[in-house]
Unconditional design. Structure first.
Length: 342
């Protein structure tokens, strides 16, 4: 596999390490506006990782991975023209919308553009698909996340909380004010219960096309009172170099026969590490033509059988859990977790 990675920040450096450990990797070209940073990451990894520019790609790559803070659409178009699959970790709602418009071009070229291949969206999309496999019909999907992967991710989450949330309700898009709709969501320990709010998150854009006839899809993020009060102002203090332990939670409601079911799955890890693992596995699957379809879509559309994908993530240390007992309710305390079979 020949891979090109744009961006070597907190998430990109973790992603580079995950790609470097992928079986069958022949070449990994690291590209960053901060050339010294890219060179430092390449030096720490050793061959076949190397730093450079687009001109240093001696052969067309099999996959291009995007971990930069902006400009994903232009980079994805250039990658498709070179015959490469694309994996983007962006959770910016505008970036996601623009990438999804590449669906027709990617299909025509028989290539995949994996959109939102991070922790949330990304891991959450995989968990939603995994839960849906046990149901006859999915009626609702509710996603919540806590934590950030690095400075760029923290700034994006800050802006998202001050933006406009996009939910899917009864067959139509609903727009709500970011920072509204407080809901107590429980994540696997040690994250535990967190107050979560609406924000400009792209999850619904990726999940609605994946589940025909779904009635409601929502997404929330954990935030403090100070986060909400300052969401429409510049960040008052510099973000952490890398976020602390974070969590992702997916609640899937639907029917199995005549019975209504509620399944709740979650995961915890450092968001940058989890994002890197999800994107690296997605890149390897794209290069091996193991994804479900060509085109531009989220992970929930790109996978039919999620068990092998979760198994690959578990080998990299990223594991998911099923909430048992009282955990089926969004605000239920005392939920126990059991490992998701992969």
């Amino acid at each position: 596999m020949r891979a090109v990675l744009f961006g070597t920040g907190a998430v990109g450096s973790r992603l580079a390490r995950q790609l470097a450990s992928t079986d069958g990797l022949d070449d990994l070209l690291l590209i960053d506006i901060d050339t010294a940073r890219a060179q430092g990451v390449a030096n720490s990894l050793g061959p076949p990782a190397r730093a450079g520019t687009v001109a240093d790609a001696t052969e067309p790559p099999d996959v291009v991975v995007l971990a930069v803070s902006s400009g994903h659409r232009a980079l994805a178009e250039a990658a498709l023209e070179r015959g490469a699959h694309v994996v983007s970790v962006s959770d910016d709602i505008d970036e996601v919308k623009s990438l999804l418009t590449l669906d027709a071009e990617a299909r025509e070229r028989a290539l995949s553009v994996v959109v939102g291949a991070g922790f949330s969206p990304g891991m959450t999309c995989v968990l939603a698909r995994h839960a849906a496999a046990t149901l006859d019909h999915v009626t609702e999907v509710h996603v919540a996340k806590a934590g950030t992967g690095g400075p760029s991710c923290a700034r994006q989450h800050h802006e998202a909380l001050g933006g406009t949330a996009v939910d899917w309700r009864e067959g139509a898009w609903a727009r709500r004010r970011g920072g509204s709709g407080r809901e107590l969501c429980w994540f696997p320990d040690p994250v535990g219960g967190q107050d979560c709010y609406r924000a400009a998150l792209p999850d619904a854009l990726l999940l609605v096309p994946a589940f025909s006839g779904v009635q409601r899809v929502t997404a929330r993020m954990a935030a403090t009172r100070r986060d909400r009060l300052t969401a429409r102002l510049p960040m008052l203090r510099p973000p952490h170099p890398e976020g602390v332990i974070g969590g992702a939670r997916v609640e899937v409601r639907g029917r199995r026969g005549t019975t209504s079911e509620v399944l709740v799955l979650g995961a915890i890890d450092r968001p940058a590490a989890a994002c890197g693992a999800v994107a690296a596995v997605a890149a390897a699957w794209a290069a091996d033509d193991r994804l479900t379809r060509a085109g531009a879509a989220g992970m929930a559309e790109m996978l039919d059988d999620t068990a092998p994908f979760l198994h690959d993530l578990a080998r990299r240390g990223i594991k998911a859990a099923i909430f048992e007992g009282g955990g089926a309710s969004t605000g239920a305390a005392g939920a126990a977790g059991a490992a998701v079979p992969g």
